[in-house]
Design a protein around this ligand. Sequence first.
Ligand code: FAD
Length: 446
Amino acid sequence: MSTAPDLTIIGAGPAGTLLALLAARRGNTVAVYERRGDPRSTTPEAGRSINLALATRGMHALDAAGVLPLLTPLLVPMPGRQLHPAEGAQSFSPYGQMPGETNYSISRVDLTRVLVEAAGGDARISLHFRQRCTGLAASGAPLLQDEDTGHQQEIAVHRVVGADGAGSALRKALAAMNAVKAGNALLDHDYKELTIPAVDGRSALATREALHIWPRHGFMLIALPNADCSFTATLFMPRQGSLSFESLAVAGAAREFFAQQFPDALAVMPDFDAEFATHRQGVLGTVHCVPWNLDERIVLIGDAAHAIVPFHGQGMNCALEDCLVLDALLADGKPWPFARFSSARRPDAEAIAAMSLENYGEMRDEVLDPRFQRQKALSLELERRHPGRFIPRYSMVMFHAEIPYSIAFARGMVQQQILEALTEDDAPVDLARADQLIAARLPPLA
Ligand code: FAD
């Protein structure tokens, strides 16, 4: 075992590579094993989601490893939502009101490449591609299969981190030996990605810097901008039922559906028919796993521990923040922190999982509801009046990395009760009552 690195990480996605960088900065030797090819030299395999919303939590974590400046030129700002109602004019709804309250769109391929390049430049990190973890040997060491030769080996390890995504082979192996209890609660809605290409190098949608949403109650289309002025659109809808991916499988049905529901989007999707027919229909789910560790030998992070549905744009942000939390525990000088990480971080992962599920309703339905809009405007007013006590929940999650998800979730519930109480009828809001409720129910944020 003497040749084993301090840390062995399975999976070179955002979480695996960022943790490698942070752990190496503390002087640890790290080996990373990834089933896919090296993104520095191969065309990336098509994976889930072409681009991702990067928010403050993810940016803080990337900054801690020194990689944020490398990514900044690749980010497209998304300061708010561009709403495309079924009837009437489009409108822009800012995400927040304080300086810098912006999300950014980033290409998954660019993010992965930049992180792998940074890891490859650190002599303490060794990277091993096309190595698939197939489980755990009786000794507890990971089993790796070479994707080219089929050769299987048991690798020498000290401590192992499973950063191998929602379908984690390590999580399944830990569950099979009853070290953890794990399950994936699948949503009954799926997704499919489509392209809105740039036209003569310019955005085909009038507003480039926004997350576009076509809310339609039971389903929705969204589109995030790419650096080359194209957009990646994603349709979310039920898997089965009268209006569903299943019902659109009939020839011509998908085009007819888009022509009825999203005519402005269809008009800028020249490859719609071919893409709808061939692009993968992805499933969405929430991974629940208790605990995330096997004593101090193995721990799961990121999607491997707690994959969530994508409606808050936080899965990757949460996975990157995991690395920061684990890194901070590493820094406190106590023994390796896997059990402490699992118990300290799980309430936050559960909170963002719940908020992500709730946000689907907000995005596909409530954003156009007059009561929702009134409450949103009021929550911004209350934030201006009480900036140290009342921060809209969306802002706490996306722009306030210093507020743990579990606190954002708990305070968000209280805030929603206050908003409901203040908007029971259409009368002008009683701001003196608002001040009293906030003083009584929301202690100042630390
Ligand atoms: P992954 O990104 O899944 O990386 C896991 C890595 O492990 C991969 O490189 C994989 O090839 C490798 N691997 C897997 N199995 C093995 C194995 N057996 N052996 C070796 N290697 C293995 N999050 C956001 O923050 N913002 C968004 O806007 C957003 N949008 C999303 C949209 C969609 C449609 C989906 C599905 C997800 C979205 N997410 C978003 C979530 C985000 O994609 C994940 O939370 C994030 O990728 C998790 O990072 P990770 O490193 O934990 O796992």
